[in-house]
Design a protein around this ligand. Structure first.
Ligand SMILES: Cc1cc2nc3c(=O)[nH]c(=O)nc-3n(C[C@H](O)[C@H](O)[C@H](O)COP(=O)(O)OP(=O)(O)OC[C@H]3O[C@@H](n4cnc5c(N)ncnc54)[C@H](O)[C@@H]3O)c2cc1C
Ligand SMILES: *[C@@H]1O[C@H](CO)[C@@H](O)[C@H](O)[C@H]1NC(C)=O
Ligand SMILES: *[C@@H]1O[C@H](CO)[C@@H](O)[C@H](O)[C@H]1NC(C)=O
Ligand SMILES: *[C@@H]1O[C@H](CO)[C@@H](O)[C@H](O)[C@H]1NC(C)=O
Ligand SMILES: *[C@@H]1O[C@H](CO)[C@@H](O)[C@H](O)[C@H]1NC(C)=O
Ligand SMILES: *[C@@H]1O[C@H](CO)[C@@H](O)[C@H](O)[C@H]1NC(C)=O
Ligand SMILES: *[C@@H]1O[C@H](CO)[C@@H](O)[C@H](O)[C@H]1NC(C)=O
Ligand SMILES: *[C@@H]1O[C@H](CO)[C@@H](O)[C@H](O)[C@H]1NC(C)=O
Ligand SMILES: *[C@@H]1O[C@H](CO)[C@@H](O)[C@H](O)[C@H]1NC(C)=O
Ligand SMILES: *[C@@H]1O[C@H](CO)[C@@H](O)[C@H](O)[C@H]1NC(C)=O
Ligand SMILES: *[C@@H]1O[C@H](CO)[C@@H](O)[C@H](O)[C@H]1NC(C)=O
Length: 772
């Protein structure tokens, strides 16, 4: 069973722990071997007697805790977890450090523990810190355990920003810690020939009077206070949500709102300034307006360097690996889903036909906005009248698109965004902000989930690369706890494969990877589900035109390093102007019937500027705009995603575009209609394809790398990989809530529909019996 395999591999914790092991430092004239923990500024130091010591002397040590005053109590576990280890807890009370050895048999309030003899050697207090040097005798072994005094055992620390219930009482109960972590205490380097000198120094010091407190010898009865979660981890959670993209943020917020203890794990780092991101363009230096905050930087998103984590280097297509996932790096187009998007025709279970209430819940949290500059002025809108001249004669109506989501045939209007206040907004500025202050919610960044650990069909926790939050990176679930994968269309399948869930060819690639193979369950527990199949992404084709009225905005060149000074200054002043919106200005939709009789929807997205122009005739680059035409709901082509090799990179295995030729002939029909309508607009010139290339040749020769739209859905389709409650089939407590459960392309760019689907999925998960 995976869970036993994991226990065996705990030996390798040593290597991992050493990577963040203790170091030597000097304080109070003593050379300690210990951890100077940076987040809370607390030092945990240890000195052991010489290795030649025997008897009782070999079972003691000198320790210290130096803590900024915000830390109201501090604990250490002389073993890598809270349960069944000797714990030492200390806090300041008036001008005295109160301390208490503790012990817990599980993740409950640790009770005072008789056995150790603890003596204060030095204590000091000033306006910023409290500090305590102590002698701990009979402390290297305890009931059922010990630590290795000549190696690098895993120790754990915990801090609380809230005082114990009765600071004057060493046996006081206290609430759960606010934070904790692990380190490798290199006891092999902690022995000192000066040990006795240090002990004596403790009695001749000139620092405040030494007090000796008798260690409590009573064992208190069962806790009367709120049961406490682990003092020194690994903390078990009710719900572990993997991935802080649109799916994961909605899910984690709703679960924590319902009072569940939620851990949100994200492999990348911060994005917007609000989340701690500092990836600021040079023209905004000194502000916290990052590339992820400034909508107008979208066209430069993948064209300038940033922190290494954000673009998912192990996925061979564009994706965002940071707080917000794709929503922090995408174009921001935001559409309320249509009824058809959640219909049985599109592959949804019939029980999802009540979907509108969930879309309304989303809209309440995150309304759309088609005029995103806070001054109300529309900037760079020259494409709108030109598009109106093309589309109105074709019978299109100019509407406020999100006011009538179901009107998607011959409709056009202003592009709608999830931006507010002139900034990228989305789930990061809404759902994450309500989750974050809750004490039952915690987000850990830079934490890659590689697999879920399971005992047969029941998930017991997640395996991560973060050894600071769980021994060997393992984080357990509470009894009846649940894991929700929201790692996106590529990330979620990869975790499933590494957990022995998916087609055998994918699991076999995992088996060929020695590191990942170690965490696979036994083959008899593999679950063969069509993970990675049934995938769709919109095929899309660009048309490029020139028109004398257009301002191509220098094709968005230099917006990172050297933007139009007046526009940059205006945005810095009050977040208004060109930079308050990303590049699209107009969207349109029409339904069309293919030669197979199937209705397919086509979407147009229109923006000033262009990708690549192919004409050999001269053209004025300052007057170019692009119409990107995608085929959406009704598309019949399907592809496959998965692992590209035993290195476990992820990507498309079969491209999902135009595998059905009727998709291609349908988009050609739509493009032909646009081109012939455009030909009637004075001074409008089609430059790509130009009049030397037929449209069919243009589409046939279109570079595959440009055909997609980054709107991948379906790799864990509802009804095929997950059931109507988003539960992974043949498991009891593993769920998927992200783009991958969406069984068919949505009518518009998908993030709105994904978040709305997450609203329904998380409501179902909370309602499902048997949970935490
Ligand atoms: C360039 C680009 C432009 C786009 N433009 C638009 C647009 O304008 N409008 C629109 O609606 N949609 C757009 N999209 C698509 C949209 O962003 C995605 O459909 C959406 O973000 C998917 O949401 P998700 O929650 O399923 O996954 P994601 O957004 O991919 O989020 C998954 C998260 O999980 C994390 N993760 C992955 N694996 C692990 C792991 N093993 N451990 C821990 N964390 C992990 C990732 O870092 C990421 O944060 C665009 C996408 C791209 C790439
Ligand atoms: C040492 O502690 C143990 C409990 O861990 C206790 O049983 C034992 O009596 C103690 N020994 C001494 C000498 O105090
Ligand atoms: C307060 O105490 C801490 C820890 O002992 C020490 O580092 C710091 O310098 C002290 N500050 C002052 C102002 O003495
Ligand atoms: C940003 O400003 C700081 C000083 O305020 C300067 O040191 C730094 O070089 C500037 N960075 C850029 C990219 O201009
Ligand atoms: C389109 O409709 C909007 C209101 O939704 C209006 O402001 C705009 O002037 C209209 N444009 C055209 C060209 O009809
Ligand atoms: C885990 O992986 C992430 C993403 O690659 C990385 O940022 C982080 O540093 C890794 N953590 C450890 C402890 O190796
Ligand atoms: C695994 O599950 C079985 C029941 O399916 C149970 O008997 C067994 O104790 C579990 N093992 C572990 C290690 O939890
Ligand atoms: C899933 O469970 C069903 C019974 O509930 C069983 O028939 C099927 O074989 C299982 N599938 C896999 C892949 O384990
Ligand atoms: C190109 O277009 C710009 C903007 O409309 C215009 O100012 C310029 O004169 C044009 N150049 C030529 C050569 O027509
Ligand atoms: C087309 O452009 C010419 C000059 O290039 C101009 O004189 C004419 O008014 C334009 N026609 C329209 C309908 O915009
Ligand atoms: C093709 O378009 C160019 C300008 O883009 C024009 O000069 C040329 O006359 C056109 N040729 C035909 C056959 O229409």
């Amino acid at each position: 069973m995976a869970i036993f395999k994991r226990v065996l591999t705990l030996a390798s914790v040593l290597g991992a722990a050493l990577a963040q092991g203790s170091t030597a430092y000097t304080d109070e004239g003593i050379i300690f071997q210990g951890l100077q923990e940076p987040t809370h500024g607390v030092s945990y130091g240890f000195v052991l007697p010489p290795t030649t010591a025997t008897g009782a002397t070999a079972q003691e040590f000198i320790g210290e805790i130096v803590a900024p005053v915000a830390n109201q109590w501090v604990g250490v576990a002389l073993g890598g977890q809270m349960a069944d280890n000797l714990l030492l807890v200390a806090w300041p009370n008036a001008n005295e450090i109160v301390f208490s050895p503790r012990y817990a048999t599980g993740y409950i309030q640790p009770t005072p523990y008789a056995g150790p003899t603890i003596t204060t050697l030095k204590q000091s207090f000033n306006s910023t810190h409290w500090s305590w040097v102590y002698r701990c005798q009979n402390c290297t072994t305890w009931s059922g355990g010990s630590f290795d005094t000549n190696s690098a055992p895993v120790f754990a620390w915990a801090i609380s920003l809230t005082a114990v219930f009765d600071p004057s009482d060493p046996t006081s109960d206290f609430n759960e810690h606010d934070d904790f972590g692990f380190w490798g205490e290199i006891t092999a380097n902690a022995h000192s020939d000066d040990y006795n000198t240090y002990l004596n120094g403790g009695t001749v010091t000139s620092t405040p009077p030494t007090t000796t407190t008798t260690p409590p010898t009573t064992t208190s009865s069962s806790p009367t206070s709120t049961p406490s979660a682990p003092l020194a981890s690994p903390t078990p959670y009710d719900y572990i949500v993997v991935g802080a993209g649109p799916g994961g943020l909605v899910t984690a917020d709703r679960l924590s709102q319902a009072g569940k203890k939620v851990l949100l794990l994200e492999r990348g780092g911060p994005s917007t300034g609000e989340t701690g991101g500092r990836d600021v363009p040079p023209w905004a230096n000194g502000t916290s307006l990052t590339r992820y905050d400034i909508p107008g930087e979208f066209q430069a998103m993948f064209g300038s360097s940033g922190p290494s984590y954000w673009f998912c280097s192990d996925i061979n297509t564009f994706a965002g690996c940071l707080v917000g996932g794709g929503s922090s790096i995408n174009g921001g187009l935001y559409w309320y889903p249509t009824d058809l998007d959640f219909s049985t025709d599109r592959g949804w279970p019939s029980s999802w036909s009540n979907h509108d209430q969930y879309t309304q819940a989303l809209i309440q949290r995150l309304p759309s906005n088609d005029n995103t500059s806070p001054d109300g002025v529309r900037y760079l809108e020259e494409v709108f009248p030109v598009m109106s001249d093309i589309l109105t004669p074709m019978g299109f109506q100019n509407i406020t698109l999100n006011s009538n989501p179901n009107f998607k045939d011959h409709a056009f209007g202003y592009s709608a965004y999830n931006f507010q206040n002139g900034k990228r907004w989305g789930p990061v500025a809404t759902y994450l902000q309500t989750a974050q202050p809750r004490s039952n919610f915690k987000m850990e960044l830079y934490t890659v989930v590689t697999s879920v650990a399971r005992n047969g069909s029941t998930i017991t926790g997640v395996q991560t690369n973060n050894t600071a939050i769980g021994p060997n990176g393992f984080i357990p679930l509470n009894p009846n706890g649940r894991v929700i994968l929201s790692a996106g269309s590529f990330g979620t399948p990869r975790i499933l494969f590494q957990s022995g869930i998916g087609p055998s060819d994918m699991i076999s690639l995992v088996q060929q990877n020695a590191e990942a193979n170690a965490f696979l369950p036994p083959a008899s527990d593999f679950i063969d589900l069509p993970v990675g199949f049934n995938v769709q992404d919109n095929p899309s084709i660009n048309l490029m035109f020139t028109h004398p009225s257009i301002n191509a905005y220098d094709n968005w060149a230099n917006i990172w390093s050297d933007p139009v000074p007046a526009d940059a200054a205006q945005y810095l002043k009050d977040q208004t102007g060109v930079f308050a919106m990303s590049s699209p200005r107009v969207n349109f939709w029409r339904a069309t019937s293919g030669t197979d009789g199937i209705t397919r929807y086509a979407q147009g997205t229109v923006r000033p500027g262009f990708d690549s122009v192919t004409t050999s005739y001269p053209y004025n680059a300052s007057q170019v705009f692009s119409i990107t035409t995608y085929l959406s709901t009704g598309v019949t082509s399907r592809g496959r995603v998965g692992l590209t090799s035993s290195e476990l990179g992820a990507g498309a295995l079969t491209n999902p575009w135009f595998t059905d030729p009727v998709d291609k002939s349908t988009i050609i029909t739509v493009l032909e209609e646009i081109i012939s309508a455009a030909a009637k607009v004075p001074n409008l010139t089609l430059i790509t394809p130009d009049n030397t290339t037929t449209l069919t040749d243009y589409v046939n020769n279109y570079p595959t790398s440009s055909l997609g739209s980054n709107h991948w859905v379906g790799s864990c389709s509802i009804g095929q990989v997950v059931d109507e409650n988003a539960l992974v089939m043949n498991t009891t407590n593993l769920f998927v809530v992200d783009a991958s459960i969406v069984p068919a392309l949505m009518t518009g760019n998908p993030q709105g529909a994904i978040m709305s689907a997450a609203e329904q999925a998380v409501a179902r998960i909370l309602a499902l019996p048997g949970g935490p």
